[in-house]
Write a protein that binds this ligand. Sequence first.
Ligand SMILES: NC(=O)c1ccc[n+]([C@@H]2O[C@H](COP(=O)([O-])OP(=O)(O)OC[C@H]3O[C@@H](n4cnc5c(N)ncnc54)[C@H](OP(=O)(O)O)[C@@H]3O)[C@@H](O)[C@H]2O)c1
Length: 220
Amino acid sequence: MRNKERLAVLGAGHVGPVIARLAIAAGYPVAIATSGDPDDIALITELVIPGAQPRWASDAIADADIVVLAIPLHRFAELDPGLLAGKIVVDAMNYWPASDGVLTAFEDDSVNSRGSSEVVARRLAGSAVVKALNHIGYHELEDQARPAGAPDRRAAGLAGDDPAAVAAVAALTSRLGYDPVRLGGLPAGRVLQPGGPVFGQVLTLPEFERAVHEEARSLS
Ligand SMILES: NC(=O)c1ccc[n+]([C@@H]2O[C@H](COP(=O)([O-])OP(=O)(O)OC[C@H]3O[C@@H](n4cnc5c(N)ncnc54)[C@H](OP(=O)(O)O)[C@@H]3O)[C@@H](O)[C@H]2O)c1
């Protein structure tokens, strides 16, 4: 099966290749990029992500319908928002002060409580940002992927403000191997980030929904 959307995965570290492999298996044409020369990842791509095309990030983005940000958040400022304008952007990033350092814009000061994807979306104002694929560890993301209808299929949450983009990323999530759970606008995606009730969890759909509802009840 070949899907219409072309994917650009930015980041060839832990999680980028896993997302790329799952997407290729699902029939998406996939380009993968780091911040550097694609020649530097050509061999490893051939071995580890067969079928993916290593490209310069700007070229991969230009030809993509959906761009997956699988880079450390402290490197996000390197990206030119202009390149991403008009694209559906999957924000798979998490804010980890221990490895990212303290990034003032992403610090939650409780007065201006916000999720990291809301901060990302503010900078990418010309893009349709969807928070997704950030809350499952890379090993499990691959090992636990199951086709639609499998009895032990797990859930993955997503949140975004643009309904068409959310629909496209829900379809992507499903084809990658997870029951997509549409949580609402970007602020609803805060439950997906570190410290949230489903972060690091690989849950069935009922378990996922229960965890999110219990969190909402505890905050009300
Ligand atoms: N690890 C997980 O299980 C997991 C799961 C879900 C989400 N996440 C989130 O995904 C993000 C990446 O995590 P990771 O563990 O995969 O990181 P990682 O192993 O450190 O890999 C980061 C990759 O991003 C590339 N990169 C950095 N800046 C870039 C730029 N400006 N343009 C294009 N590529 C760039 C790096 O290549 P160069 O330095 O060569 O450019 C490297 O290939 C983090 O925010 C993390 O929280 C991780």
